[in-house]
Design a protein around this ligand. Structure first.
Ligand code: CDP
Ligand code: MG
Length: 136
């Protein structure tokens, strides 16, 4: 079964800083994901903590929130057939060292924390995350 979905993608500070925004957007477009909306913003540590609150008990939480708020990011709504899973496939594994060839994290990720992109992991989280950035 396939269906048109929307998902949230974030290009993280390490990738924005290295001018990889257009290269990453090309990967989405080439794979039939339409960029319905996109904006470059910088968020506060408090906003990052709210966005990543599902990870609040993890040892890496504080560092993760500091990192996501450390510089400009690009947040996007991606739309297409099975967009949630497709985006996760294009991103690759959380740890770039474990990511498959030609995935965004394999191509551009620096380390498990500076792994270039975020993508929603389910349809319900996609809706929440899109609202977080685009429906304030
Ligand atoms: O981003 P993804 O859904 O693949 O991974 P996650 O398990 O939801 O973790 C969220 C983010 O936390 C990751 O993308 C990493 O940037 C960071 N993280 C980390 O810094 N150290 C870890 N051991 C695991 C995750
Ligand atoms: Mg996740």
């Amino acid at each position: 079964m396939s269906s048109t979905e929307q998902t949230l993608s974030i290009i993280k500070p390490d990738a924005v800083e290295r001018n990889l925004v257009e290269k990453i957007k090309e990967i989405f477009k080439k794979n039939n994901l339409v960029i319905k909306d996109s904006k470059k913003i910088q968020i506060s540590k408090e906003e990052a903590a709210d966005f990543y609150k599902v990870h609040q008990s993890k040892p890496f939480y504080d560092q993760l929130c500091t990192y996501l708020s450390s510089g400009p990011i690009v947040v996007m709504i991606l739309q297409g057939e099975n967009a949630v899973i497709l985006n996760r496939e294009l991103m690759g594994a959380t740890n770039p060292k474990e990511a498959k060839e030609n995935t965004i994290r394999k191509l551009y990720g620096i380390s498990i924390d500076k792994n270039s992109v975020h993508g929603s992991d389910s349809n319900s989280n996609a809706k929440k995350e899109i609202d977080f950035f685009f429906k304030h």
